[in-house]
Write a protein that binds this ligand. Sequence first.
Ligand code: URP
Ligand code: ZN
Ligand code: ZN
Length: 461
Amino acid sequence: MSTTKIKNGTVVTATDTFSADILISDEKILAVGRNLETADKEIDANGCYVFPGGIDAHTHLDLPFMGTSSSDDFETGTLAALHGGTTSIIDFAFQTQGKSLKEGLRMWHEKAKGKAVGDYAFHMAVTDFNDNTREEIKDLVEKEGVSSFKTFMAYKGALMIDDRQMIGLMNEVKKYGGIVTVHAENGDLADSLIQQNRAAGNTAPKYHALSRPEIVESEATGRAIDIAYSGGHPLYVVHMTCEGALNRVREATKRNQKVWVETCVQYLLLDDSVYERPGFEGSKWVMSPPIRKTKDQTALWNGIRQGLVHTVATDHCPFCMNQKEMGKSDFSKIPNGAPGIENRMELMYSEGVVKGRINLNQFVDLNCTAPAKIFGLYPRKGTIAVGADADLVIFDPKVKHTLSAETHHMRCDYSAYEGWKVEGKVRSVLLRGTVAIDHGKALIGKGFGKYLPRKAEFASP
Ligand code: URP
Ligand code: ZN
Ligand code: ZN
């Protein structure tokens, strides 16, 4: 069996930072330490950090949505992720309303198999919970490796389920040790504000954000938390954006409830001035929930420091400008979502670690370890330890560069961070011991990615 050694790097885990070499054999980490045996291939990481491969727990590749499909498929999306140091993703397999969960899961396996370059797992998005769906949960958890289920409290008439369905789903998922995740926005309230704006002739992208104010999210977040509490269920809130929603989590801790919280890099870094850009440019950031105010960014960074926010994902759901233009004369028809899968790790390092908002170990925890622990991938993924998959990022903290659609690998003709100056760059990425990316060059291709069945065992991050 051939061996690889990464030498002279600074290894960073969620708890420690130390100088060590890493010996790899047969896709796994064989040893971490000093004076390790000579390997067939040796990579010098002098002056670089070695991070565990990133895990983006919230992506939408090849998703049919709002009359079109997200523009990255499993090949382009996972390759772009690898370029940015993300070696595994957890994408959402969607149930079509009126059809079975297994049918939805089968469709997503078809989209990914033979195409994905990086490793992938699935959450199941339950858009129609009924007696038939209920019966499928056990098999999904125990046979299919899908232990997390997403519900939408918004997107009325398309994906939204009601509270009764959410309660039924939580009860069923709990029996098998899984977890329910929630897109927390009050769909009725958002829908009514959308109709008011349309009736008033307000068509511009900014009315998307104005139709989904903070209360839309904080009310639904509080409701989901209360419902989970009433049944003693674990809960993971996806893409949290604002102070009001975070305060609902904070309140819940007073009755000793634990709620897992994900935010996304765009909510930490962007503010709602993006919707004031000229012409139709604001459509680039039309997503749900929308980009908030600077006070919400501050609240989220503080939430990380206070241990209330556990993971950072991207909600990568890109649409090219010709797709966004479907809503040129009606903001409610702009497909919701933005690109980011490639940018998360570098932005979190540059804006988080370099600017002193988080330390190196928090960076690894948020982007790699906590998502692996919460979603049953740990310790195979998410850390640097003997026996773990050799998913490793060699990261050069000295390299400065500028983000741009001209140079990114995502299949999207704009960047949500065009012109952003970033400090630190992914130099090389190993996926299960194979060099996947080296100095910006991809050395693996479609079909290399493996499906990751997940356990229904949630280690506490
Ligand atoms: O705008 C977004 N977030 N699009 C993707 C679907 C979702 O709600 O996560
Ligand atoms: Zn969502
Ligand atoms: Zn999403």
